[in-house]
Design a protein around this ligand. Structure first.
Ligand code: AMP
Length: 422
């Protein structure tokens, strides 16, 4: 028997209602905030991620699903959404219709990591990207949307960590201070950080290794080196978050260790889900569009991991779900009535009802059991005696109330009864 690849999940019919629920909330809220959906390909040219994610990141160094297609091009299953969305923004000249351009996406991402609880090789993200404004109130809006989504799906306890990583200007100065602190401690860093030290010292803040975490615990933070403009921007972001009533914790060691990330950086964490406690993160990337060959257009966004959101909801008492409850199951008591059952089913569905029937010619008792297990709200029982008078029995499974209704008017009757219920 062939099983699914390691680090992937099947979403079974019983679980898919949870996905509908959270995806629907993501779509509705995004629209409310003025973000429109964009769907980019699942694979892209490898170069997009080398440049757009950065070749000193774990993602690019160790985690990409890269392959050659039949004509020898190097392609990569997308490990994240920002670079593809920025690529599409540029490729289709979306700025021409007027800035800002506010986009969201929902879909699978692929990273070759070591699978564990909350870490998969195929996982799903809900993300937004807003291009074209450096305004700190937009930073606050993006954070507000992430927080509003978590609240809308029912998450009760989570923390928002906030920082500013400055701009290339303030980072230049910080880099020198950081290097003079780190170089004497080089031997205490993990091999990867040692190798990347000169190229990207900020990245060490991102490293999960215990030894590196100890080293950065007393390292000079970027926040203490912010230039006056970046400091003011950060101050204003905090002011707008205050206006919006959003609580946050300042976390000077929170960075996104890449050059094109600027100013606001944030992360959303839920302690209850264990080691992989980050359910989402985001920030400004004022240098990305230019890096990909466009004009210097600023951007800001976030990405939330939906499997981790579901894990967090389960840890906090359960996930609301949109389940398929059948409106009506058509039950026939004799195979002679099969044609009547088939045509009635078609009528019920045409009337907009969720309807089904038994396809195994089971006994009446077995069909009733099937209706309960489905679960269905009502059954229509076609019996020879009633049908000889053009009638059928409609039974409500919850109340047990049973009525005899003309066969020709069953859908009408059920629709009326549903209206009464609502
Ligand atoms: P990142 O793009 O690394 O900032 O990730 C954003 C969010 O995506 C994280 O906070 C996680 O919730 C989720 N995520 C990232 N990598 C994985 C993974 N391998 N498995 C499941 N979720 C992930």
């Amino acid at each position: 028997m062939i099983s699914r690849p390691r680090g992937t999940e099947d979403v079974l019919p019983e679980e898919v209602g949870k996905w509908y629920f959270i995806e629907e909330k993501a779509r509705l809220l995004s629209w409310q905030y003025g973000y429109r959906e964009i769907r980019t390909p699942i694979f892209e040219h490898t170069e997009l991620f080398d440049r757009g994610v950065g070749d000193t990141t774990d993602i690019v160094e160790k985690e990409m699903y890269t392959f050659k297609d039949r004509s020898g091009r190097s392609l990569t299953l997308r490990p994240e959404g920002t670079a593809p969305v920025a690529r599409a923004f540029l490729e289709h000249h979306l700025e021409a219709k007027g800035l800002p351009v506010k986009l969201f996406y929902l879909g699978p991402m692929f990273r070759y990591g070591r699978p564990q609880a909350g870490r998969l090789r195929q996982f799903h993200q809900f993300g937004v990207e807003a291009f074209g404004s450096p305004d700190p109130s937009l930073d606050a809006e993006v954070i507000d949307l992430a927080v509003a989504f978590l609240e809308a799906v029912g998450l009760k306890r989570f923390r928002l960590l906030l920082n500013s990583v400055g701009c290339p200007l303030c980072r230049g100065e910080h880099r020198e201070r950081l290097l003079s602190y780190l170089i004497p401690l080089r031997e205490r860093l993990c091999p990867t950080c040692r190798a990347r030290l000169e190229r990207n010292p900020l990245r060490i803040f991102d490293c999960k290794e215990e030894s590196c975490q100890q080293v950065v615990a007393s390292a000079p933070t970027i926040t203490s080196s912010l230039c006056p403009e970046c400091r003011e921007h950060f101050h204003q972001v905090q002011g707008y978050l205050g206006l919006l009533g959003i609580d946050f914790v300042l976390e000077p060691r929170l960075v996104r260790g890449l050059d094109y990330y600027t100013r606001t950086a944030f992360e959303l964490v839920v302690e209850e889900i264990g080691a992989q406690s980050a359910i989402g993160g985001g920030g400004r990337y004022d240098g990305l569009v230019e890096l990909l060959g466009g004009k210097p257009i600023p951007g800001i966004g976030f990405a939330l991991g939906l499997e981790r959101v579901l894990l967090a909801l389960e840890a906090q008492g359960g996930v609301p779900s949109r389940d398929l409850v059948l409106d009506v199951l058509v039950v026939q008591t004799s195979s002679l009535l099969k044609d009547k059952a088939v045509t009635l089913l078609k009528r019920l569905r045409a009337a907009g009802l969720k309807a089904d029937r038994d396809y195994l010619d089971r006994s009446l008792k077995a069909q009733m059991k099937y209706a309960n297990r489905y679960p269905a709200r009502k059954v229509v029982i076609l019996g020879e005696e009633e049908m000889s008078q053009g009638m059928a029995v409609v039974r409500d499974l919850a109340s047990g109330v049973q009525e005899t209704i003309p066969y020709d008017r069953i859908e009408e009757h059920i629709l009326k009864a549903e209206e009464g219920d609502n």
